[in-house]
Design a protein around this ligand. Structure first.
Ligand code: SF4
Length: 498
């Protein structure tokens, strides 16, 4: 079977790029997307040439006796600008590099073609905004970006489902994110802001006090600017590492200062089932939580142990039924495909078990070997289910569709299993509006807490980012020293879009 397999992915080789300077970064990016450890200098030659002839574009790429040549006439469409034409040149070269590498190394074509960005649906939205039809976009996704027909349909379907959620003004209503960067233990695949309680629990009290200050200040700004908050997302880490009266106080503060009359969604990333006692779930419910995530990742105890989670399958079942008993309206479950030692039969078993619980949402992640994760560092100790990645994604989709769910948001990551994607599925009318707005960057998100990254979206959909420190100790200091600067930045951008 041909594959973009782990051995090729992690190979080191040096390539000599022979092309006009304009194309060099594009060629480098194309190579790095296939083999992140590649370097550039004296080595195997990659040649690329292009010519504009009567408005059409001719591109040729050569590597190790392989040649890819293409004449693009679609770019003659008068809706395209000079910026579009330059982008198209780079896209064609990128595809050419991919094709000659696939031929030279015997690699399978990626189902995502050259659409390597994190947010493939965002590009579709911007083209829909510009008046391109779904039919035109379908052929663009297939011809220009070289997506598989299945991925092209997926992107178009998700875009169509998301568009009714968009608002005219990206600065009002806004979304709110609150980050709690603590976890019971650190999972082996984790690259998030997640500090284990055993080593960092002593920082929790100061962290919560600093967060209280930030919540009050942002709340005042919301009232001052007369902003509406559409959704609140309490994430992390694992927010339910905060328990008892601390959790009650936190939810009370969020309800009082950050929710408004327009708030239609309050999600808590409950994540680790071992943090979800009946008492904790009751506090979440009475604190106004409408949606929680309980994330099994897999329904196999041996895998859970291998990836450093401290709960077992029985804990997942118990937490889920307690959540239903206390009346949390919506429950999402996350799973990860391609965990070490797991094949298609393991995934099928996990899906059968999840189907029996009947969650409202299912989020399907393909394993990503992120640089900061322990799993990436111990690659030789794990067996990656690379070859079966696509079959796993298809299996998860078939199960989700059979339960009546539809895909409603998706994103991709670097170093992801089989060059695949993460997909959120939901029963009709249970889609998380926060997930849609955050992923498509159509709404300003004000982020508080550890590791929170605020994204302020201007009317032309350009973005300004502001990041809070991830480390709880640094966050506490940051709030003492820099909160007023952050509030000024938020005021400037959120009042100008009013
Ligand atoms: S529960 Fe999530 S945030 Fe916490 S360590 Fe595991 S992957 Fe990271």
């Amino acid at each position: 079977m041909k594959s973009i397999g782990v051995p090729f992915y992690f190979r080191t080789a040096t390539y000599d790029i022979q092309a006009e300077g304009l194309l060099v970064p594009t060629i480098q990016a194309a190579v790095i997307s296939l083999a992140p450890n590649a370097s550039f200098g004296e080595g195997q030659a990659i040649q690329a040439h292009y010519a504009w002839e009567d408005g059409s574009l001719f591109v040729v790429v050569r590597f190790q006796g392989q040649e890819w040549a293409f004449r693009d006439t679609e770019i003659l469409d008068t809706r395209y600008t000079d910026v579009d034409r330059e982008r198209r040149l780079k896209e064609r070269v990128r595809l050419g590099v991919r094709r000659v590498f696939e031929a030279a190394y015997g690699l399978a074509e990626s189902p995502w073609g050259i659409l390597t960005g994190v947010r493939p649906v965002k590009m579709v939205h911007s083209m829909l905004d510009r008046g391109f039809t779904a039919e035109e976009l379908r052929s663009m996704l297939l011809e220009v970006y070289a997506l598989s027909p299945q991925k092209a349909e997926l992107v178009l379907e998700v875009a169509a489902r998301q568009r009714p959620f968009f608002h005219v003004d990206p600065g009002n209503p806004i979304g709110i994110y609150v980050g709690i960067p603590f976890c019971p233990t650190r999972c082996s695949y984790c690259s998030f802001a997640a500090y284990p309680l055993a080593t960092h629990g002593h920082l929790l009290r100061d962290f919560l006090q600093a967060l209280q200050v930030e919540i009050r200040e942002v709340g005042s700004l919301i009232r001052e600017l007369n902003l509406q908050v559409e959704s609140v997302y309490l994430g992390g880490g694992t927010p339910t590492t905060v328990q008892g009266s601390d959790l009650e106080n936190l939810l009370g503060l969020i309800g009082e200062h950050l929710s408004t009359s327009a708030t239609r969604e309050f999600t808590v990333e409950a994540g680790r089932p071992e943090t979800l006692s009946r008492e904790t779930l009751s506090i979440l419910k009475s604190g106004g939580t409408q949606r929680i995530s309980i994330n099994p990742q897999t329904m196999h105890d041996a895998t859970l142990e291998a990836i450093g989670r401290r709960h077992n399958v029985a804990d997942v079942r118990k937490a889920f039924s307690l959540a239903r008993e206390v009346g949390i309206p919506l429950v999402n479950m996350d799973i990860i495909l391609g965990l070490p030692g797991e094949d298609l039969s393991h995934v099928q078993h996990t899906l059968e078990e999840i189907g029996a619980m009947q969650p409202d949402n299912l989020t399907v992640h393909s394993l990503a070997l992120k640089r900061a994760s322990r799993l990436r560092k111990n690659l030789d100790q794990v067996q990656i289910a690379q070859e079966q990645g696509e079959a796993m994604v298809d299996l998860a989709r078939d199960y989700a569709l059979s339960w009546g769910m539809d895909p409603y948001y998706l994103y991709r990551q670097r170093h992801i299993l089989g060059d695949l994607e993460n997909i959120g599925y939901a029963q009709p009318n249970t889609e998380s509006v926060y997930n849609i707005q955050m992923m498509e960057e159509r709404q300003s998100i004000v982020a508080l807490g550890g590791g929170g990254i605020s994204k302020l979206v201007a009317p032309d959909l350009t973005l300004i980012r502001q990041a809070n420190p991830k480390c709880p100790a640094a966050y506490t200091t940051h709030i003492r020293e820099s909160l007023q600067a952050k509030i000024s930045l938020l005021r400037k951008h959120l009042s100008s879009s009013n």
